[in-house]
Ligand binder design. Structure first.
Ligand code: NAP
Ligand code: NAG
Length: 289
């Protein structure tokens, strides 16, 4: 049963920092943890982490050389939206360097099997997954649903007008996972499961499950039925709110059948791989707002 033990994390932004600290919490520590960053000087990293500057991810040979030098077997991409397309080059470099598993930046709702065109960023993530498949690089996708601590309150627009803003009826169940649980799960499964049980799989997490109406009720907030989420970043937040309304905010959602998957394809079906872990729920994290 062959396992992975040298990891490169691409990017060190919001969710990337949770993934990195979770890798550093693993006992025993993986043999190698490397962070690739365009601007390593902008942050401080603990001494166990090797940080390597990448000037341009389009330079496939240069990136492949770094991965080869550290004998990397697993690449976890945590790039933000601006870097999604560049992951083709990152995958090319990984393939060239003999990487055994590539995790593209997902960390949200399902993106496979036909997300409609008005969810352009989902389609882009799926095209990356498809590309990785065509070059014969084994991959893994993590669906986490909405991040509890950072994203839930933004998507409801509650900070703008004090109300839970809902596009539609707000009765579709949505998956939520705490950022620390996302990082912990990724590090746990990548360091403990065999390559065979990880390769070309989708892991569907769910720390909690709720409708927007449930959330309004739990926190005794007024609901506003709106056409768009008010405030800054209205366009992207409204898109995400429509994803929730459609049912696709659940990590078990299947765009092809327009309903929830079952068994291995159900929301939260991967939770059990982190045996004994107590997943945080929305009300454990957000006590009031
Ligand atoms: N489920 C949710 O609620 C939720 C919320 C937020 C994000 N997400 C998802 O999580 C993933 C990561 O998002 P994030 O918010 O953590 O990202 P982020 O903080 O915006 O960016 C992560 C890192 O990506 C690298 N990066 C950014 N632009 C790049 C570019 N053009 N080329 C190469 N690298 C680039 C940067 O690393 P360096 O500067 O070190 O190179 C950056 O620190 C995305 O797939 C996003 O959709 C999900
Ligand atoms: C939630 O985010 C806030 C602000 O970033 C932070 O202070 C707090 O520790 C976080 N809570 C959890 C449970 O992650």
């Amino acid at each position: 049963m062959s396992k992975l033990n040298s990891f490169a994390i691409i990017g060190s932004g919001f969710i990337g920092s949770f993934i990195l600290s979770a890798f550093l919490d693993q006992v025993p520590l993986p043999s190698t943890i490397v962070v690739l960053s365009r601007d390593p000087e902008s942050k401080t990293f603990p001494p166990e982490v090797k940080v390597v500057k990448v000037v341009d991810y389009n330079d496939v040979d240069a990136v492949a050389k770094i991965l080869t030098a550290y004998n990397i077997d697993t690449v976890v991409s945590t790039v933000g939206y601006a870097g999604i397309k560049l992951q083709k080059k990152m995958a090319d470099a990984s393939k060239k360097a003999g990487v055994k598993l590539f995790a593209p930046s997902e960390f949200g709702s399902p993106t496979d099997d036909g997300a409609p065109s008005y969810y352009a960023s989902f389609q882009e993530k799926d095209r990356i997954a498809e590309y990785i498949r065509t070059i014969g690089l084994p991959s893994i996708r993590f669906y986490t649903g909405c991040f509890i601590n950072n994203s839930l309150l933004s998507i409801t627009g509650v900070r703008v007008n004090g109300k839970i803003n809902i596009i539609g009826k707000g009765q579709s169940p949505v998956s939520f996972t705490l950022e620390e649980d996302v990082g912990g799960f990724v590090a746990h499964v990548l360091t403990t499961l065999s390559i065979d049980s990880l390769a070309d799989k989708i892991f569907r997490l769910e720390g909690d499950r709720a409708t927007l109406r449930d959330i309004a009720k739990w926190y005794d907030k007024e609901i506003a039925y709106v056409e768009a989420i008010p405030g800054p970043r209205s366009e992207v937040l409204s898109m995400l709110s429509r994803v929730f309304e459609s049912g696709a905010g659940s990590t078990g959602w299947n765009f092809a059948t327009n309903r929830e998957g079952e068994g291995e394809d159900a929301a939260g079906s991967a939770n059990h791989f982190w045996r004994g872990h107590e997943w945080k729920g929305i009300r454990d994290v957000i006590t009031q707002f």
